[in-house]
Design a protein around this ligand. Structure first.
Ligand code: DP6
Length: 317
């Protein structure tokens, strides 16, 4: 009746922003991500027959704010007639701050819950279940470079390149450690309903995915960086042009972009991506991370740096 699973966050290079079905939490677009190593969320789920209510500890502290969403994820995963659960999560990086903590949390929760109740699920089924809780979580079931394909009747996720085949590194510049002002679920809906750029964002996505797929297959860092930065800035343009505007960036976010532009001009192989938060993720070609780390560490407003490589999909412990 109990199990523990570990999952690592993933960072989208071609982003998911917008849903085609809010009830089933189906994304409006496909996406391509890299699963990280070094950062992790560990989830312990203990279904106990005589409990009256679910409970949640996050890094050892009771947390009633996140509990309802985790409870709903368990309902979706194993059914509403399930026993109540004691959930304990532990992460080695800040949560709810645009560092993909929901991806690793829901991926780990899904794997642990299915195992605790002896559900025999394939990885593809677990990815779909995790995706119902948080779209990006579906991708953390797989390691390395991962593509989530979105068609009218199905979402399918698969690993498109093993981490060892192109061992990129990521330096995350943390510019704020607090939770973000608007969560991505709510923000995406605001964008869908109000941004004049939303439709164009959706129709352009297939071409961005194809460009990224080709760049990954050819291990073409420059081409991957160009399409990833373009796709990221396009997503943020959709956010900025929403009403009310959704602006996650801070002064330090922009200062990090300047630093990365300078490194690129000096020939360092690095590109940026930014999710629903002010942190900047610098994706580095093998060997570039030390120079990137040094430059971002000296950038105004950077509070901490996190180092990651490419890692494996969610798994039982
Ligand atoms: C900007 O997966 O957090 O990180 O499905 O509503 O939980 P929900 O959204 P979530 O959105 C992630 C958005 C993003 C881009 C990405 O990871 O693709």
């Amino acid at each position: 009746m109990q199990a523990t699973a570990v999952a690592q966050p993933n960072i989208a290079l071609i982003k998911y922003w917008g849903k085609r079905d809010t009830e089933l939490n189906l994304p409006a677009v496909g996406s391509i991500s890299i699963t990280l190593s070094g950062l992790y969320t560990r989830m312990h789920v203990d279904f106990t027959a005589d409990l009256e209510a679910d409970s949640l500890l996050v890094n050892g502290e009771p947390n009633d704010k996140l509990l309802p969403r985790l409870g709903r994820a368990l309902d979706n995963c194993v059914g509403t007639d399930r026993p109540r659960a004691r959930i304990a999560s532990e992460a080695n990086f800040p949560i709810a701050a645009g560092l993909a903590s929901s991806a690793s949390s829901f991926a780990a929760l899904t794997v642990a819950a299915a195992a605790a109740l002896q559900r025999d699920c394939t990885t593809a089924e677990l990815a779909n279940l995790a995706g119902r809780a948080s779209g990006s979580a579906a991708r953390s079931l797989y390691g390395g470079f991962v593509e989530l394909k979105n068609s009218d009747d199905a979402v399918s996720v698969s690993s498109i390149l093993d981490p060892l085949d192109w061992p990129l590194e990521v330096v995350v510049a943390v510019t704020e450690k607090g939770p973000k002002p608007v969560g991505s679920t709510e923000a995406m809906e605001i964008s869908r309903q109000t941004s004049p750029f939303y439709e164009r964002w959706i129709t352009d996505q297939e071409s961005d995915l194809a460009t990224a797929r080709e760049a990954i297959a050819a291990r073409d860092f420059k081409a991957l960086g160009a399409i990833a930065e373009h796709n990221c800035l396009k997503m943020h343009s959709v956010m900025w042009s929403s009403r009310p505007p959704i602006v996650y960036w801070s002064d330090a976010t922009l200062a990090c972009l300047e630093t990365i532009r300078r490194l690129q001009a000096d020939g360092v192989e690095v590109f940026f991506t930014i999710d629903a938060g002010p942190q900047v993720k610098a994706v580095c070609a093998p060997g570039s991370a030390p120079a990137v780390r040094e430059a971002l560490g000296a950038t105004a407003g950077v509070q901490a740096l996190l180092d990651a490589g490419l890692g494996a999909g969610a798994r039982l412990e």
